[in-house]
Design a protein around this ligand. Structure first.
Ligand code: B12
Ligand code: SF4
Length: 509
């Protein structure tokens, strides 16, 4: 079902929107992610006549600055309610590190300044809503899209009415127990127009080298076993009008002088006709932008990739995860080995930098497929940067969640901390094999690089010098890593040794 929104109620209540993300603290190389969800929430508050201000913790450089950001925002703005956007819950690597302590600190800092209603939302919140409600001692939360439910909830709060059962996705605590209103609907995104960007400090993002989020549609029709995107965004594509999307891009290039964009869709090149019409519009308007996006190998054609190039694509991110036939099936990937090879050739033909994401050790992985997967990686001819992960954080709403319950690994609804699913049939020396593969293929990386002093120095340089496209530096590090290994200055370690070193480093901190 879809609902339309945006009719005006005319409240002039002040809503402080806090973006509870910090890329410097959470994952410096995970990429900069300006508050895209909040640009849509701003739009919905604007349409309903609320006043709002955004406090973006992502821009705080040090942990200590976060409290100062909050204090300043609350004291100068004196909000009537605070909405907190929770994006990240964990690092999603092996082992995952949780951000719950960070979120708790944010909530405590807000509570020290004000006791107005505190409302949570965002993709991270939608995945772990009860845990977030508890640790942040929040009054309310909205699971899923916030454009309709958030203003509706605010209206109910300020008019003193009973909470309406139509506030889809609402979660609140009464008499010590959680009350939840199901989130049954996905909004009619086709009618949303453009997001509102005022109040987002793009000038500061330019200084840290951001790629600016633009969402062209919501939804993913595929069903990869580990993925929660269809849960978050729905399975049906809800597309915005290409001309409106490109109007928004033009507005950002004009008003804020931005020209680097990240299409944040689950899969940018699907449906391909829709993708093509956006690119044609960019080409027609001769916009001198640079963009990147998640691209899926399924049905990729030279014609579409040529349009990528003509419209300013500076890199693609391709999440192939696995390359053997049995694991492509057990991961429920929607493409074949042949399509992977075809996509690789298309990107090579137009010389589009390509980041590959591989995740070994998921359901169905065996010693045999693990070895073959590494061998197949060598068949990719256009790897600008590759990342090899092991295992998947089990995300609520994903098919892997059900499988993990079935296999007795987790209890349904019992999952409150990130749980990493790793196949029990992996070779014992999987960590050593990955490191050896990377030594021979300098463009590939994994968590095992992260403890290396040279890697950490490079990461600090990237952050301090605000380098936006840092893959050439990573390639340089890969070469250095190979030399260090040959000279005996770099040791291959088991996963156990890696974990011990990691713990030691964290204890030191
Ligand atoms: C695109 C994307 C990226 C891009 C972002 C590029 C950019 N320039 O913005 C890149 C590649 C950089 C990236 C990196 C990371 N990402 Co990411 N990313 C996404 C993705 C696909 C889309 C996010 C987005 O922009 N959505 C569009 C906006 C409009 O939607 P929204 O934010 O959800 O907002 C809506 C609702 O949530 C709600 N809402 C939002 N805020 C609020 C506030 C209130 C008060 C209310 C009521 C409602 C509300 O209303 C909004 C409008 O409907 C999501 C998955 C997904 N499909 O959601 C993962 C996702 C957010 N990422 C995730 C993660 C983990 C990361 C990384 C930590 C990965 C890593 N190991 O490095 C980094 C962190 C980067 C950072 N600085 O924070 C996780 C977070 C959950 C978790 N497991 O912790 C997600 C959910 C994917 C997943 N695996 O589940 N990411
Ligand atoms: S991994 Fe990509 S293609 Fe697969 S379900 Fe998730 S968003 Fe869709």
């Amino acid at each position: 079902m879809s609902v339309n929104l945006f009719f005006c109620d005319g409240f002039m209540k002040r809503i402080l929107l806090v973006y509870a993300v910090n890329h410097t603290i959470q994952n410096p190389l995970g990429g900069v992610a300006p508050p895209s969800g909040l640009s849509w929430i701003q739009k919905s508050l604007y349409v309903k006549g609320f006043d709002y201000r955004t406090c973006d913790l992502s821009l705080a450089r040090e942990k200590e600055d976060i409290e100062a950001f909050i204090k300043q925002a609350v004291n100068t703005y004196q909000p009537d309610a605070v909405g907190i956007s929770i994006r990240n819950i964990d690092t999603s690597v092996n082992p995952p590190r949780t951000f719950f302590p960070f979120l708790k600190d944010v909530a405590l800092a807000i509570r020290r300044e004000t006791d107005v209603p505190m409302i949570l939302g965002g993709p991270g919140f939608s995945l772990y809503s009860k845990k977030c409600m508890e640790i942040m001692a929040a009054d309310y939360g909205i699971v899923g899209e916030g454009e309709a439910s958030f203003p509706e909830l605010l209206n109910a709060i300020f008019s003193g009415n009973e909470l309406s059962p139509s506030v889809a996705g609402l979660i609140s605590k009464r008499n010590g127990a959680f009350q939840e209103i199901p989130r049954e609907i996905f909004l009619d995104y086709t009618t949303f127009g453009k997001a509102r960007h005022e109040g987002i400090d793009y000038e500061s993002y330019e200084k840290i080298g951001g790629y600016y989020p633009i969402q062209t549609k919501r939804g993913c029709a595929f069903n990869c076993i580990y993925c929660d995107y269809p849960y978050l965004e729905g399975r049906q594509y809800r597309m915005r009008q290409p001309s409106v999307i490109v109007d928004e891009i033009e507005e950002l290039t004009g008003t804020y002088a931005l020209n680097h964009f990240f299409f944040t869709d689950s899969v940018f090149n699907f449906p391909s006709e829709f993708c093509k019409s956006i690119l044609d519009e960019i080409i027609k308007r001769k916009l001198a932008i640079k963009w990147t996006a998640y691209v899926n190998p399924r049905d990729l054609t030279l014609g579409l990739v040529e349009r990528f190039k003509q419209s300013g694509c500076t890199r693609v991110e391709v999440t192939i995860d696995t390359l053997t036939r049995p694991t492509l099936i057990s991961y429920q990937k929607n493409f074949s080995q042949e399509e992977i090879i075809n996509a690789d050739a298309c990107f090579r033909q137009f010389d589009i930098p390509t980041y590959y994401w591989i995740n070994l050790g998921g359901p169905g992985e065996t010693q045999e497929t693990f070895g073959r997967n590494l061998a197949h990686l060598g068949r990719l001819t256009h790897v600008t940067k590759g990342w090899i992960g092991v295992g998947f954080v089990v995300l609520p709403g994903s098919p892997l969640y059900d499988l993990a319950v079935q296999e007795g690994r987790i209890e349904r609804n019992g999952i409150r901390e990130p749980y990493l699913y790793i196949s029990k049939n992996l070779p014992e020396d999987y960590a050593e094999q990955i490191q050896m593969f990377a030594i021979d293929h300098p463009e590939w990386f994994s968590v095992y690089d992260m403890l290396d002093t040279d890697y950490r120095q490079m990461a600090m340089k990237i952050i301090n010098e605000k380098i936006r496209d840092h893959w050439p530096m990573q390639a340089g590090y890969g070469e250095k890593r190979r030399q260090k290994y040959r000279q005996g200055d770099l040791k291959i370690m088991s996963h156990q040794v890696y974990l011990e070193k990691l713990q030691k480093k964290q204890r030191k901190k």
